[in-house]
Design a protein around this ligand. Structure first.
Ligand SMILES: [Zn+2]
Length: 432
């Protein structure tokens, strides 16, 4: 079930290759248990870098470290051999910079805290290296953007990690204009990972026309433009997902979340995509956004197959059967249930049993003659969480984290079988 290279040929139908590659090209300190261990990893990462090159480390869980404290800037300088260096927290809310990095970012004792940010200081007022929230922005501004060869290497790392996890097909869900040409160049160079993982690209709809126009130059057996993407709502954790019922504690001024497109705009997007011969992928997390997507599909009736609603964390009872009736694909990432259980209970206390309604979806599809996996496609949204088939299976079938009892599960009535979950991840393009 861990989906090794010998397992079934898997598809991850929602991820972000460039961001995955970027995370993979950093030093991973997520499993460290102390400051010393973190510094050791940084030193190892630095040994592979040229002079002056940035050493970037991600995934720090300092609350779990023996000292419960960040390294000091000077210690990071020593570990990184004087190269600019930072260690970022797993949740992206804190970052610890080396003295060299602080210098490049122009952060010194006299620098005031920015609005919504804190520069931590020692007894003398000198920055310790730790930057909280928006104090990190000055640092990000001076980290150089990857060169095209670095980008290519990052994409290669992402493909290699997918291949190692058993994936032969990946759907990139907000593709950059350079991604198609980069993938094609890797494939043309005979890169084994690029040849082993087929990638479907979905650029934002507003950027898709020039990308489509140039796509003949980079379309290959393993890479193609597969659609365009729009956002109908935000996210659950920020209470910007568009819900049919008001939140108990809404974001100020947004009782139902934040609809990001009007009905007319969604109709226009579907029509435009259909004219281009591409299916539209609509980001819709809340049940309000999902309904708006389905309503628009019903009105416009696109002739291009493959219109998809991405995320579908909540689907109203009255809308479940409409996916199969309209032939719309539900792109779901059940693995997020594992990380979001507490947030789901807190933010949607009355709707929590409706989160990820997989049993209902598969039953409604079956009633219209669709096999499991034909219209329901699982993904991970990596790098938000790792692309791991086993996590989707666990979330879809047990509806709780490992070690939890049934009473702690979320919406057990929506559990599906392991075979069904695997069907939602099996690549129909198996045998690449
Ligand atoms: Zn995504």
């Amino acid at each position: 079930m861990s989906g090794g290279a010998q397992g079934p040929a898997l598809r991850d139908a929602h991820l972000h290759l460039a961001a995955m590659g970027d995370a993979l090209s950093c030093v991973d300190v997520s499993s460290c248990a102390s400051v010393d261990e973190c510094l050791e990893r940084v030193a190892r990462g630095a040994a592979e870098k040229g002079p002056g090159e940035w050493v970037r480390a991600v995934g720090a869980r300092v609350e779990g470290w023996r000292e419960r404290a960040w390294p000091r800037a000077a210690a990071l300088d020593e570990a990184a051999g004087g190269r600019p260096c930072y260690v970022q927290s797993f949740d992206h809310h804190a970052v610890c910079a080396s003295a060299a990095a602080l210098r490049l970012a122009g952060i010194e004792a006299s620098t005031p805290d920015p609005a919504q940010g804190v520069i931590e200081r020692d007894g003398e007022g000198a920055p310790t290296g730790l930057l909280l929230e928006r104090a990190g922005e000055a640092l990000w501004a001076c980290v150089p953007a990857p060169t095209s060869s670095e980008r290519r290497e990052q994409v290669r790392l992402a493909l290699a990690s997918l291949r190692a996890a058993g994936f032969v097909e990946a759907h990139d869900m907000l593709s950059q204009p350079w991604l198609g040409p980069t993938l094609a160049a890797l494939a043309d160079a005979g890169d084994e990972d690029a040849l082993a993982v087929r990638v479907w690209l979905h650029p934002p709809l507003r950027e898709v026309e020039p990308i489509l126009a140039g796509s003949e130059h980079w379309t290959r057996e393993t890479v193609r433009l597969a659609g365009a993407k729009v956002f109908l709502d935000g996210t659950l954790n920020s209470r910007t997902a568009w819900m049919l019922e008001a939140y108990d504690e809404p974001a100020p001024g947004h009782p139902f979340g934040v609809p990001m497109m009007t009905a007319e705009e969604i109709d226009g997007a579907l029509t435009r995509c259909d004219i281009l011969g591409l299916p539209l992928a609509m980001h819709a997390i809340g049940d309000g956004a999902v309904r708006a997507a389905l309503d628009a599909v019903e009105r416009i009736a696109p002739t291009t197959f493959g219109t998809r609603v991405e995320h579908c964390e909540f689907i109203d009872e009255r809308d479940v059967a409409r996916f199969a009736r309209l032939g719309v694909i539900a792109g779901v990432q059940p693995c997020h249930l594992l990380t979001d259980m507490e947030a789901l209970r807190r933010i949607t206390p009355r709707r929590v049993d409706r989160a990820f309604p997989l049993r209902d979806l598969l039953d409604a599809c079956e009633a219209e003659g669709y096999a499991p996996g034909e219209l329901v496609w699982f993904g991970s949204d990596a790098p938000i969480v790792p692309a791991r088939a086993a996590d989707n299976v666990r979330a879809a079938c047990a509806r709780r984290r490992e070690g939890m009892g049934e009473a702690e599960a979320i919406g057990l009535a929506q559990a599906i079988t392991e075979d069904e979950a695997m069907a939602c991840m099996r690549s129909p393009e198996a045998g690449v």
